[in-house]
Design a protein around this ligand. Structure first.
Ligand SMILES: [Cu+2]
Length: 167
């Protein structure tokens, strides 16, 4: 674990730079549903320390009231669905330890859109890249309130991608 003292902050910064210089262990190409056909992006999962460095770059996010979009790893293995829910097969939040939201392993940081574009990077020790391979990344239409059960009142699913091992 990484304590927030200066020595470990330096070690963490080094770890993050090292991870970004490597090939990601897993990746998800996300695509928008029928109502968001221009929405696409990529999430990369780098092995780093006791966890993962997650980076994402997304284009074509729809205009919404906040321009903030919840992101979760869902436990389903496919992005198929139906007219009512285009990504129904993505299932529920990935939550192997049966914790409340927002303590699910699959609870990620939200994206902040900029005229439809978002990019970010963060570190989490909730999972190793291999733990989430075969599950799905879901982008939602609304912000995550990090409180409501079971999924933060995050609105509909607007994009989905299956997390795949890269090598
Ligand atoms: Cu979700």
């Amino acid at each position: 674990m990484y304590n927030p003292d200066m020595h470990n902050m330096t070690a963490y910064a080094h770890l993050a730079r090292t991870a970004l210089g490597s090939v990601p262990a897993a990746r998800a190409q996300v695509r928008g549903g029928p109502r968001n056909s221009r929405l696409k992006g990529v999430f990369s999962f780098y092995a780093a320390g006791n966890g993962s460095l997650v980076t994402a770059e997304v284009n074509g996010l729809p205009k919404t009231h906040t321009g903030i979009y919840a992101v979760h790893i869902h436990d389903g293995a496919s992005c198929t669905g139906n007219a009512e829910d285009p990504f129904a097969a993505s299932g529920q939040h990935f939550n192997p330890a049966n914790r409340p939201h927002p303590l699910h392993v699959g609870d990620l940081l939200p994206l902040f859109g900029n005229d439809g574009f978002a990019v970010y990077s963060f570190y989490t020790d909730r999972f190793l890249p291999g733990d989430v391979v075969g599950h799905t990344v879901i982008i939602h239409s609304d912000p995550d309130d990090f409180r409501s059960q079971p999924s933060g009142n995050s609105g509909g699913k607007i994009a989905c991608g299956v997390i795949e091992k890269t090598r």
